[in-house]
Write a protein that binds this ligand. Structure first.
Ligand SMILES: Nc1ncnc2c1ncn2[C@@H]1O[C@H](COP(=O)(O)OP(=O)(O)OP(=O)(O)O)[C@@H](O)[C@H]1O
Ligand SMILES: [Zn+2]
Length: 811
């Protein structure tokens, strides 16, 4: 019986390709293994997603080689990635690629091979020269192209390729590098004894720096660079000198795992307080049942959600299962990791983007082999190959980093986690102090069980929140700080307490705001803030495409005192140096944290009290636990509100509550100052009262009649092109096609995107609002049909336009 395999390729094509398995290959091919297959005019790497015996109607080509002994993806992960490829409309291969660590990916290099059936006798001189060269040296396609470019052999080479006398051969390129450091060791013939003898001999001058370094280092060798103490004895000078004098030398060794220096004290697990125990009790029952369950752990900031996660994980590990802890990427600091590490030690594999490919591959293998049972990581850790999965924790469930924007698959880790847990009879805990409307809606519909933690541990109080109306402080500002915030900061500094300042800016979206009443113009069509487009001097709604000339008078109060806000950088750091000359200020944002390890360092310094003021963007709002922080200030709360998204108010509320939650976590009470020109905005009013329920109720009432999520699901078609007029026409055509495919569904747009021009491409959008209950099969069919009709409509006219599909689009 011939065996066939369906293979998924990591390309945007949403179909699989069928090959037969030739007899000479091991017939025990399995789903989830990678294979080399002939594809177009070369060989490609793909993953077997199905093994069967149904002969297709076309003539199949043979699999050339099976690359893995064991499947890389379990059946469970194959099912999950297939579901994602339908629900989020991506190719299965792309999704599998996202689920595997880079080292095991489809990264490959194209090499050249001489065809088996080539008859060397019939070659002319030029052809022979090329063939012999290729036979002598293993050559990549690119190298070959370079080699013969501009020479008379270039054409001959192309012809040989075209006639398949030379084949293109793709090999996996395991781009796995090892992170190394120096380890100092004795030079060849030297050792400690010889050093002693030398140091005791008469001719040695003990006052020399390098001899005293030798005395010290003699006891330490071998010693790693990272273990060398920072002191005056060991400097780059003395080390170099010792090397020059022939005493020591070094070798490159693999860096140690970054967790090795963390404490592991399994007994330090905290006993739960009453509220925590009640919440854990329910979760524990589901864990014992071994059935799917979904919990929303709604606990105010500092209420100890992490302690509940730890107890649940412990239970899972003790019952011989494994768990995944998802955290927002930026929260993946040693502070978070060390809390889990302390209890679980080597059971934990950390996965994050700052790791090298080699480290990520190692972590992946440790989980795959069952050597470790807990994965901690951001969004993509939802694919971690944890064996016998019992629990998935989604900390800060509302965080927007759980949604992948680009490239495909544009999945959301929350929905993916729920699906994966269902497939495994596992339990999900979604934790947040400010649950998303989606999660609250699930709770309302009994699709998850809400558990509450309403008290801070040890009765620490939530901070007092003061709203500062910037309109009233026009004459009383210190730089960008209104006087009451400035004074509170001075006072805190006097008492050696610490301060966090948030200056949130969203680089691109400018908006118009009335200086007198604080009003920000909204779209009459979608209730979303209008974005200011400088080039055309327009206010624009990027959902519906509505636009108008920039207002000259405030539509709310008639004032002509309108200013453009939201762009331009604040040089607040310099201001702070002037305002508080004796304070130590550190900055924490993407610019200051792009260097590897930099952000750990910043937080460590702040935690150790080496800085008094931490300023930063959204990053400072998340998960930090510094008991000495008593003042938190938000420089301009309105920038978040003006963001052109139906979720702007929710985002603002979340941000304000999260950042407020950083204050007063210890014994000292905290205060929060929110600077705004819209003191009556509901997000502020509810944030001031720490009333998430009240906020959510109002937000739902706003969204329901407008049919925004969670009352609908948004499917967004994003059209991109370097040619502005083509993308514009294509977007109109797509809207038209969509309206014919789904006449009963609202189609928004076409409109330029919130960021209408990026990477030299114009971006337009068309958005469908579908019923929230619709599943993967419906979405796939709907988008397939829309694309099919669109392509038939435009008949290849807009060749430059690429269409991406983003399901559950959020900004
Ligand atoms: N049962 C407990 N026993 C001792 N200390 C506790 C307990 N629960 C919480 N704490 C302490 O209270 C502080 C806040 O807890 P934790 O960081 O877990 O809260 P959280 O709900 O995760 O906070 P956030 O949402 O603000 O990040 C921590 O320092 C934690 O160690
Ligand atoms: Zn006004």
């Amino acid at each position: 019986m011939p065996i066939f395999v369906d293979v998924a390729l990591p390309a945007a094509v949403r179909k699989q390709f069928t090959y037969h398995v030739p007899d000479e290959l091991d017939s025990s091919v399995q789903q989830g293994q990678r294979v080399w297959i002939p594809f177009r005019n070369y060989y490609a790497i793909g993953v077997i997603v199905n093994v069967h015996q149904q002969k297709p109607s076309f003539k199949t080509k043979p699999v050339r080689k099976v690359l893995d002994e064991e499947p890389l993806l379990s059946e469970e992960l194959l099912d999950l990635t297939q579901w994602i490829s339908k629900f989020y409309y991506a190719s299965w291969g792309e999704t599998i690629q996202a689920a595997l660590p880079a080292g095991l990916n489809f990264v490959s290099r194209k090499y050249l091979n001489i065809a088996d059936d080539l008859n060397q006798e019939q070659l002319n001189e030029d052809q022979k020269e090329i063939i012999e060269d290729l036979q002598a040296n293993k050559t990549t396609l690119n190298e070959a192209k370079k080699r013969w470019k501009g020479t008379g052999l270039n054409k001959v080479f192309s012809k040989l390729l075209k006639d398949k006398k030379i084949e293109i051969w793709e090999e996996p390129d395991m781009k796995v590098t090892v992170a190394t450091e120096r380890e100092w060791i004795w030079a060849n013939d030297k050792n400690e004894e010889k050093a002693r003898t030398f140091l005791e001999s008469e001719e040695v001058n003990e006052d020399l720096k390098w001899t005293s370094a030798l005395a010290h280092i003699a006891e330490e060798l071998p010693i790693r660079q990272s273990e060398i103490p920072d002191d005056s004895v060991f400097t780059s000078y003395t080390l170099k000198k010792l090397q020059d004098e022939g005493w020591i030398t070094y070798r490159e060794v693999e860096k140690k795992n970054e967790m090795e220096h963390l404490d592991h004290e399994p007994d330090s697990i905290k006993s739960l307080n009453d509220e925590q125990r009640a919440a854990f009790g329910e979760i524990n029952e589901s864990l014992s049942d071994g059935k799917f369950a979904n919990y929303l752990l709604f606990g105010i900031t500092g209420s100890g959600k992490t302690e509940v996660y730890i107890h649940a994980l412990k239970k899972v590990i003790e019952s011989g299962k494994g768990g995944i802890v998802l955290v927002p990427e930026i929260a993946l600091t040693p502070q978070t990791v060390s809390r889990f590490y302390r209890i679980f030690g080597d059971e934990i594999a950390v996965l994050h983007s700052r790791m090298t490919n080699r480290q990520r591959l190692q972590a992946w293998q440790d989980l795959y082999s069952g050597k470790k049972n807990i994965a901690i990581g951001p969004r993509s850790a939802v694919f971690a190959p944890v064996q016998n999965l019992g629990l998935i924790i989604l900390d800060e469930e509302h965080d927007s980093s759980y949604k992948q924007m680009d490239p495909a698959p544009r999945y959301h880790a929350r929905e993916t986690a729920i699906m994966r847990a269902q497939m495994n009879d596992a339990v999900v805990i979604m934790g947040s102090a400010t649950p998303s409307m989606q999660a609250l809606n699930m709770a309302a519909k009994k699709k998850c069980t809400m558990l509450e933690l309403n008290k801070r541990h040890a009765n620490a109080k939530l901070p007092e929140v003061k709203v500062l109306d910037l309109k009233q402080y026009k004459g009383a500002m210190r730089g960008e700080l209104a006087v009451p915030l400035f004074m509170a900061m001075e006072e805190a500094l006097d008492k050696d307490e610490q301060i966090i300042l948030l200056y949130n800016r969203r680089g691109y979206a400018s908006y118009l705001q009335c200086e007198d009443c604080g009003h920000i113009p909204e779209s009459p069509e979608s209730s979303v803030s209008l974005t200011y487009h400088k080039r055309k001097n327009l206010l624009m709604d990027h959902y519906t495409g509505y636009s108008r000339r920039k207002d000259t008078q405030c539509e709310n109060c008639g004032s002509s005192n309108l200013t453009i806000q939201g762009s331009g950088t604040q040089n607040i750091e310099e201001q702070l140096d002037d305002l508080f000359p004796n304070a130590n200020v550190i900055r924490f944002d993407r610019d200051s944290t792009s260097r590897k390890g930099a952000h750990e360092n910043i937080l460590k310094q702040f935690g150790e009290g080496k800085a008094d003021i931490l300023i930063g963007t959204q990053l400072v709002a998340k998960g930090l636990d510094f008991p000495n922080v008593t003042v938190v200030g938000v420089v301009n709360a309105d920038t978040e509100l003006a963001f052109p998204s139906f979720q702007a108010t929710e985002r603002m509320y979340q941000l304000l509550s999260q950042v407020s939650g950083r204050s007063g976590r210890g014994e000292k009470p905290g205060t929060v100052f929110l600077q705004t020109r819209q003191p009556d905005n509901s997000a502020l009013i509810f944030a001031k009262k720490h009333d998430h329920r009240g906020f959510a109720r109002q937000e739902m009432e706003f969204r329901k009649p407008l049919y925004y999520p969670p009352f609908s699901r948004l499917i967004r078609f994003e059209l991109k092109s370097t040619k502005g007029h083509e993308v514009n026409m294509a977007a109109h055509a797509l809207k038209n096609s969509a309206e014919r495919v789904v006449p009963d569904i609202p189609v928004l747009g076409p409109s330029p995107a919130a960021i209408p021009w990026m990477n030299k491409k114009f971006i337009w959008e068309v958005t469908l609002k579908i019923e929230p209950e619709r599943g993967a099969r419906y979405i796939e069919a709907l988008v397939d049909k829309t694309m099919e009709v669109y392509e038939a409509d435009v008949k290849g006219k807009f060749g430059s336009v690429r269409v991406n599909v983003n399901v559950d689009a959020i900004n």
